[in-house]
Design a protein around this ligand. Structure first.
Ligand SMILES: Nc1nc2c(c(=O)[nH]1)N[C@H]1C(S)=C(S)[C@@H](COP(=O)(O)OP(=O)(O)OC[C@H]3O[C@@H](n4cnc5c(N)ncnc54)[C@H](O)[C@@H]3O)O[C@H]1N2
Ligand code: MOO
Length: 414
């Protein structure tokens, strides 16, 4: 990723991301919560297994358990059935060579047994166990103590975001409560005199606003508390009051619109007045006028008003910042190369995040197709996409059939 060819006055994307991450802190507040409530929460302390999973050697089949030495003599084997081990009701006696016990799936293996035969491969004749097919190996059909998780093993590191399967794993360890970071509170507002809420009437020159709705939905996926401050007029005092309130009530303030150079673009003026700008203007497309800064009590992300620019900068810059504030380590996006099925227009100077659909053909070759018009106001270009085509700053246009890097969208963005 070269920083050499960004247009003058624009910060390279990678520099902006690193600066942003260096300026946000992991949370300090911790909560103890029941595992039933911990979906998508971030662990504030590692989980070390207090037990072996499974806790004992146990049978993987309904059948019969015995010592493998009992079937060394392959002629005329008939084992005495001397007991039974059911799940939750183990066999506590001893077996000797030539003996076996009836055993069920999940039941504890008796100490003197090391092998299980499934019952379909046996026949009980005159009260004795005979075999229609002999196990060929010692330890057949035995699940070992701790084969999934060892006692003392770190199962999840601090900073791990808990998924649904993780909750099952925690339960399997007998863990009832976990320490997680307190959720971040985000205040969200849109600026613009032309913006109307769905349900209202559109006047001449008005548009229905979409940014707050999409951003609010994405924030729900991030499991943060959202304070929706609505639409704020293009008026310095109204924006000032909204920022002061947002800064009092939230850890993060996110605005959209008003960050460019127009006469009614007040966002960064008010940010400078109340706090400080970290950086403004990035060599990325879409999203050039993104602003990052600090208010007295909160972190500020100023997203551009254009819907695609707002969502792409939110995804590429605000989400990593919020995730760090939730205690998660930064993970660079996964990328792979694919063949572009279309020509892609690109001028050197900014890193492009073009919207596209990637899939594999019958030969297993990844092919990526642009979603079409890439204007920053064309929200369908993002809605139809499942990935970005990421083109470096210095790169020019791409010919059909050329290889490009694609970055599939994370679950939270679809
Ligand atoms: N002379 C220049 N003009 C512009 C530049 C520039 O460098 N020089 N940059 C362009 C780029 S790039 C972008 S991106 C936009 C960003 O402008 P703002 O952040 O100031 O956004 P607005 O002017 O308020 O709005 C832009 C556009 O988006 C619509 N919008 C705004 N908010 C919403 C919303 N909540 N939901 C849906 N749509 C929204 C708004 O109506 C405008 O059409 O500046 C370029 N200009
Ligand atoms: O950030 Mo703007 O998105 O290039 O229109």
């Amino acid at each position: 990723m070269s920083d050499c060819c960004s247009a003058p006055g624009l910060m390279p994307f990678e520099t902006a991301l690193n600066q942003l991450l260096a300026n946000v802190q992991a949370p300090k507040k911790i909560q103890l919560i029941a595992i039933e409530d911990c979906l998508d929460r971030v662990l504030a302390s590692a989980i070390v297994s207090p037990i072996f999973v499974p806790p004992n050697d146990n049978s993987a089949m309904d059948g019969y358990a015995f010592s493998f030495a009992s079937i060394n003599d392959t002629e005329n084997i008939a084992l005495d059935i001397v007991g039974r081990s059911f799940a939750g009701e183990p066999f506590t006696g001893k077996t000797e060579l030539g003996q076996c016990i009836r055993i069920m799936t999940g039941a504890k293996m008796p100490d003197c047994c090391d092998t299980v035969v499934m019952q379909e491969n046996t026949k009980v004749v005159d009260g004795k166990l005979t075999f229609t097919k002999l196990p060929t190996e010692r330890f057949s059909n035995v699940r070992n103590k701790g084969e999934d998780i060892s006692c003392g093993q770190t199962v999840f590191k601090q900073g791990h975001k808990l998924a649904a399967i993780d909750i099952g794993l925690l339960a399997s360890l007998g863990v009832a409560n976990v320490e997680v970071y307190a959720p971040v509170t985000v205040a969200l507002l849109s600026t613009g005199d032309e913006l109307r809420t769905p349900g209202e009437r559109l006047g001449d020159g008005d548009i229905f606003e979409s940014n707050r709705f999409a951003l609010n939905a994405l924030l729900q996926r991030l499991n943060v508390n959202v304070i929706d401050l609505g639409i704020i007029r293009d008026d310095k005092q109204a924006i000032r009051e909204a920022f002061i309130r947002a800064d009092k009530e939230a850890d993060v303030v996110i605005s959209s619109g008003g960050v460019s150079v127009g006469e009614a673009d007040y966002t960064k003026d008010i940010l400078t007045e109340l706090g400080e700008i970290g950086f403004w203007k990035i060599a990325m497309k879409p999203g050039k006028p993104f602003a990052f800064g600090k208010l007295p009590n909160s972190i500020f992300f100023g997203l551009p008003g254009n819907p695609v620019s707002a969502l792409v900068t939110f995804y590429k810059l605000a989400i990593p910042g919020i995730e760090k504030m939730q205690g998660m380590p930064f993970k660079p996006a996964a990328k792979f190369s694919a063949i572009s099925t279309t020509k892609l227009k690109k001028s050197p100077g900014r890193m492009d995040f073009q919207r596209a659909v990637v899939s594999y053909d019958e030969q297993g070759v990844a092919r990526v197709t642009s979603t079409g018009t890439q204007g920053s106001g064309v929200l369908t270009s993002l809605g139809k996409a499942n990935c970005f085509i990421v083109l470096d700053s210095e790169q020019g246009s791409v010919a059909e059939g050329e290889k490009v890097f694609v970055e599939p969208f994370a679950f939270a963005f679809q």
